[in-house]
Design a protein around this ligand. Structure first.
Ligand code: ZN
Ligand code: ZN
Length: 255
C-alpha cells in the first residue's frame, strides 16, 4: 500500500534543523526549559498531563469515578449510534492540555505536532488496536476545508497523523475531504454539530485510489480532540459508505 506521507527527510533539512536548534534552542511549551532534539514538551510536563485511565466509557473515553470493574458505555453515548466502533482519546481534559492544543491549532505552533503525536501513540497500547496494527490500517486525518486550512496554515489532524504514521509505521492516507465550509463547531450542541456537518465530507482522490488498489479492512481516524464525536461520526459514515468495514478513532485529548 502506498503511503502518502513524505518518505525520508533530506540531509539538507536535517542539517538545517540541527543548525536552527543550536541558534534557537527549543524550549518546553509549558515550563520553558531548554529541550534537546526538536522536542517541545519536557518529560516532566508530559507526565503531568493527566491521562485517561479506567474506568472510562468504552465508546468515548469519558472517565468516571468509582469502582467499575466491567467495560461500560457512558450515559452520553448510551443512546447514540456512532458510525465508528470506539474512540480512544489519550489525555483527559486539563487546563494545561487544553492550552497546549489551543496553542498548536490557533497560534500556528506546528512544531508541537510531534510531541502531540507521541502522546496520541499511547492510544495504540489499548489491545483493541491490535488488528489495526497487525493489518496496517491507514491513519485517516479528519479533513479541514481548504479555506480554513489556508487561514490556519496547516491541518492539525494531518500533522499529528503524519508523525504518528512514522512512529507506528502505519500508512497515512488523507482519504476524506471537506467539500463544504462549516461554521465553527466550538459552541454548538451535538445535534447542531451534526446538522452543521451534513454533506460536508466526501471521499478524496487519495481515498478512491486506496480503495481501488488495496482496500483495507479498516481505518483509524485521527483528530486532535474528541468533544461530542459529531465530526468523527460524520467522517466514519463516509468511510463506511465506501466499504471501510471497521472505523476506530484516536485523538490526543477528550474535550
Ligand atoms: Zn516542561
Ligand atoms: Zn461515552
Amino acid at each position: 500500500m502506498k503511503s502518502f506521507e513524505k518518505t525520508g527527510e533530506s540531509v539538507w533539512k536535517k542539517g538545517t534543523d540541527v543548525l536552527l536548534d543550536l541558534l534557537f534552542p527549543p524550549t518546553c511549551e509549558i515550563c520553558h526549559q531548554v529541550q534537546q532534539q526538536g522536542r517541545y514538551l519536557c518529560e516532566h510536563c508530559n507526565k503531568n498531563l493527566p491521562r485517561i485511565a479506567e474506568p472510562c466509557c468504552e465508546k468515548c473515553g469519558e472517565m468516571f469515578e468509582g469502582n467499575i470493574q466491567s467495560s461500560f458505555v457512558c450515559p452520553n453515548c448510551a443512546g447514540l449510534d456512532y458510525a465508528f466502533s470506539f474512540a480512544r482519546p489519550v489525555l483527559d481534559c486539563s487546563d494545561a492540555a487544553r492550552e497546549l492544543i489551543h496553542h498548536f491549532k490557533y497560534s500556528r505552533a506546528i512544531h508541537l505536532a510531534r510531541d502531540l503525536a507521541s502522546i496520541a501513540a499511547e492510544a495504540f497500547d489499548d489491545p483493541r488496536f491490535q488488528r489495526a496494527l497487525e493489518q496496517r490500517w491507514p491513519l485517516v486525518p479528519v479533513p479541514l476545508h481548504w479555506r480554513r486550512r489556508q487561514h490556519r496554515f496547516f491541518n492539525q489532524s494531518e500533522e499529528i497523523a503524519r508523525h504518528l504514521g512514522k512512529m507506528l509505521d502505519l500508512p497515512v492516507v488523507p482519504a476524506l475531504k471537506r467539500i463544504r465550509a462549516t461554521e465553527t463547531q466550538t459552541h454548538l450542541s451535538r445535534k447542531k454539530r451534526l446538522q452543521n456537518l451534513r454533506g460536508a465530507m466526501q471521499l478524496s482522490r487519495h481515498g478512491k485510489t486506496l480503495l481501488r488498489k488495496n482496500p483495507p479492512a479498516g481505518a483509524v481516524l485521527i483528530d486532535d480532540v474528541f468533544t461530542t464525536g459529531a465530526t468523527v461520526h460524520e467522517c466514519a459514515k463516509i468511510l463506511h459508505a465506501n466499504r471501510f468495514e471497521n472505523v476506530v478513532v484516536v485523538t490526543v485529548m477528550r474535550g
